[in-house]
Design a protein around this ligand. Structure first.
Ligand SMILES: Nc1ncnc2c1ncn2[C@@H]1O[C@H](COP(=O)(O)OP(=O)(O)OP(=O)(O)O)[C@@H](O)[C@H]1O
Ligand code: SF4
Ligand SMILES: [Mg+2]
Length: 337
């Protein structure tokens, strides 16, 4: 558990990432896909902040901005490094390379994220080599140490990705992220491509590494069922916006936003597991190039009133540590799990 009164490790303020696209006859009309639109969050050191939302809600784009694989369109990202506040959003050149060691990403697909022509030693050692952190014997020692910590064996070092299972490949991806001793890890759907039986092993490994290295995680998943087991707090995204943020238990038992309620209703109960996932909520997410002026969830919200189409619901504090963007949050009695 983390102390919410400490100064946060990471602060994201009014972050936007808009992608410019061409549309219309002869592709002459420029439009913006508002993949992340005015998102503010903070993350405490040692905390796991879960980011949940259906496909296209902007989770990956947010994670990529925070780890600075993307340059944000606007807004500020700051991180506390050795007592100093680093303006992550403004970094470039050598400072950006140095930051990338502090903030690493773990990707969803352990099949496509590894180079098939590189051995485990080369894959995991590459970040040490390109950042001039280690080479030769020292590099091999560090790689061996981390490879064993993620549950692989020394004899795996000279093997290529094709000889590993999905779970083992994800362990290689995790070792590659951990080898540079990051402070912050953005794990983007790290278990979504894995068999359910393997998912728990990888989640346990991530938790062990967090304890051992005092890591801070941003854990991204479309599955509330996964996010709820690993997160101290959960941020719910919808159509590029943060619609609810709160401590995990509170959000699960007492959701404040109708979209969170719909996500929780889609979590399969034990008796439903064999029948597969239920739909989150009827209807489609909005067109991100042409968002409505009012609440973005209006077309799918069974509680919507006139005010919802007329006025955008700003994110606001509700209770001690929770935030919500819904006009009716105080008056709705939403169903949790
Ligand atoms: N490079 C890009 N250029 C244009 N549009 C993009 C780009 N990357 C993402 N988008 C769009 O931004 C929106 C958010 O995408 P993002 O990948 O962040 O969503 P997500 O929540 O991670 O979804 P998923 O669960 O499918 O991974 C989507 O509409 C997507 O099509
Ligand atoms: S503001 Fe209105 S439309 Fe939006 S989630 Fe709340 S009740 Fe539904
Ligand atoms: Mg994604």
């Amino acid at each position: 558990m983390t102390n919410q009164t400490q100064l946060p490790l990471l602060e994201v303020q009014e972050l936007r990432k808009w992608f410019q696209m061409s549309k219309g006859l002869l592709q002459r009309q420029a439009v913006f896909v508002k993949a992340v639109d005015d998102v503010s969050i903070h993350v405490q050191a040692g905390e796991t902040l879960g980011i949940v939302g259906e496909s296209g809600s902007g989770k990956t784009t947010l994670g990529r901005c925070i780890s600075r694989l993307y340059q944000p369109t606007s807004g500020q990202i700051t991180m506390r490094v050795n007592g100093e506040v680093l303006d992550v959003s403004a970094l470039s050149g050598k400072e950006l390379s140095a930051f990338r060691k502090r903030a690493q990403m773990i990707f969803q697909d352990p099949y496509s994220s590894l180079n098939p022509r590189m051995t485990v030693l080369e894959t995991v050692g590459e970040p040490l080599l390109v950042n001039h952190l280690a080479k030769g014997k020292e590099l091999e020692e560090r790689v061996t140490e981390i490879v064993v910590q993620v549950g692989l064996r020394v004899e795996h070092l000279r093997r290529y990705p094709h000889s590993f299972s999905g779970g083992q490949r994800q362990r290689i991806g995790i070792a590659r992220a951990m080898v540079v001793n990051p402070q912050l890890v953005v794990a983007d759907e790290p278990v979504s491509a894995l068999d359910v039986s393997i998912q728990a092993q990888i989640l346990n490994l991530l938790q062990d590494l967090q304890e051992r290295y005092d890591l801070t995680y941003l854990f991204i998943s479309h599955a509330m069922n996964v996010v709820r087991y690993v997160s101290d707090r959960i941020a719910v995204m919808y159509a590029g916006k943060l619609v609810e943020l709160g401590p995990t238990q509170e959000l699960l038992s007492n959701p404040k936003h109708p979209y969170s309620e719909a996500l929780l209703a889609s979590v399969p109960k034990p008796s439903q597991r064999k029948r597969g996932m239920r739909l989150v909520s009827p209807g489609e997410p909005p067109d991100l190039t042409n968002l409505p002026t009012g609440c973005v969830f209006v077309p799918r919200c069974k509680y919507a009133v006139d005010q919802c189409t007329e006025q955008f619901p700003e994110l606001r504090k509700i209770g001690t540590n929770a935030y919500v963007s819904c006009h009716l949050a105080e008056s709705l009695a939403l169903q949790g799990i």
